[in-house]
Design a protein around this ligand. Structure first.
Ligand code: FAD
Length: 369
């Protein structure tokens, strides 16, 4: 979010942009630990619209940014086993198709053809979108880092934000581990740490960090090169091809909020029991690598975007709830529009402003994995 925002601000002619990163390298946070999936298959119109724009930007990325990102539209296949999910996903497919996304309803027989290695037991139906797929998150970050620097932005690693100065309801400056920067505008792009950075400005951004983990297996020669991302929705269990092996993750619904990024071995055992039932070939592979990262969870699983009315000059790009890699390109552009043009306009973000939490609202994204 930070590198995309810096790049899009610079591209719009904005000068004196500084991006601050507390770690040694950019992209070591949630982005560097994510599964790299992009999809149009959401339940809310706003998430689908963000995906439509963002995925087009990822598709053109290599050309525009001179950085290969392994863009691979291998498709996303959702497996549905619960009656209520079947009903909900029927509505989602209708909505996606109305907006121009080519999602298809697939039968169990069609699932067998698409993914012969998957055990279909308990599966009632599925949805498939061939415009969904995978890209490499670190390459996207590096592309934006290089692009932003080329256009004159200053990107500083090993520089932690430790305070934000607010006087008379306006942002005045940022205090960092390397010194103070005077500025009228601060963009909070701190991902899972957004709550801490918001608190420095006296703003509750409603974002909680929640651990999620995954593993990559040793090579499995039987896995086809065109394996789509497969998601067993009821179990929040997913698989995709990673090099010659499989990357698999499963979200623990009981994981408490917190900053712990160590691998929970008990959960890993439960994950692999479920994963091996759904894809039995996994029993023949070893685990090459496992890691954990943090989702940045908002109360309605939708992003929090734009200026904050409470503190002038404080701008949010937060709360992506586990699907922010794919929305990084468009959201960085929207925040640049918000700052330079006065308001985001490529996509209407009024339903995503932080002030929505002051009133009752029904909008919620539930296709979260
Ligand atoms: C296991 C896992 C799988 C995922 N899979 C997918 C997927 O397939 N597709 C998808 O779209 N999304 C996925 N996500 C979600 C995605 O990773 C996030 O939504 C996205 O990366 C958020 O980007 P960000 O820039 O907001 O946060 P980050 O990448 O975390 O960047 C925030 C940066 O702010 C820095 N920072 C924090 N506090 C400070 C401070 N005080 N001073 C200076 N710097 C600071 C951090 O070090 C960090 O580098 C996944 C996430 C996880 C954990």
């Amino acid at each position: 979010m930070g590198t995309s925002t810096a790049y899009h601000l610079a591209k719009k002619g904005c000068r004196e942009i500084v991006l601050l990163e507390k770690e040694t390298f950019f992209g070591e946070g949630a982005t560097g630990r994510c599964a790299g999936g992009f999809r149009h298959q959401f339940a809310t119109e706003i998430d689908i619209r963000l995906s439509m724009h963002s995925i087009r930007m990822l598709e053109r990325f290599a050309l525009e940014m001179e950085q290969e990102i392994g863009f691979n539209p291998c498709g996303y296949l959702f497996l549905l086993s619960q009656e209520e999910d079947v009903e909900d996903f029927r509505r989602n497919v209708e909505l996606q198709r109305r907006l121009g996304v080519e999602t298809e309803w697939v039968s169990v027989e069609e699932i067998a053809q698409l993914v012969p290695l998957v055990n279909r037991e308990g599966i009632a139906a599925g949805t498939f979108c061939g415009q969904d797929g995978l890209a490499d998150p670190s390459s996207v970050v590096q592309g934006y880092v290089k692009g932003a620097r080329r256009l004159g932005a200053m990107l500083l690693a090993e520089t932690e934000v430790i305070d934000i100065e607010v006087r008379a309801g306006r942002v005045r400056g940022v205090v960092t581990s390397q010194g103070r920067i005077q500025t009228p505008i601060v963009v909070n792009a701190a991902g899972p740490w957004a709550g801490q950075v918001g608190a420095m400005a006296g703003v509750d951004v409603f974002v909680k960090p929640v651990r999620r983990q995954m593993s990559v297996t040793t090579p499995i020669p039987q896995v086809r090169a065109d394996l789509p991302m497969v998601i067993d929705f009821a179990q929040s269990l997913y698989f995709h091809r990673e090099g010659p092996g499989i990357l698999t993750g499963m979200s623990n619904p009981d994981e408490p909020p917190g900053f712990d990024q160590t691998v929970d071995l008990d959960w890993q055992i439960r994950h692999f029991e479920a994963a091996t039932l759904r894809m039995p070939i996994l029993a023949e592979a070893g685990i090459l690598n496992s890691w954990a990262g943090l989702y940045e969870v908002s109360p309605d699983a939708l992003p929090i975007l734009g200026r904050v009315a409470e503190v002038e000059g404080f701008v949010c790009i937060n709360g992506f709830s586990g699907h922010g890699f794919m929305h990084g390109p468009i959201c960085g552009l929207l925040i640049a529009e918000e700052i330079v043009d006065g308001s985001a306009h490529t996509v209407d973000i009024n339903s995503l402003r932080i002030e929505r939490f002051e009133r009752r609202h029904d909008l919620r994204e539930y296709v979260v994995v």
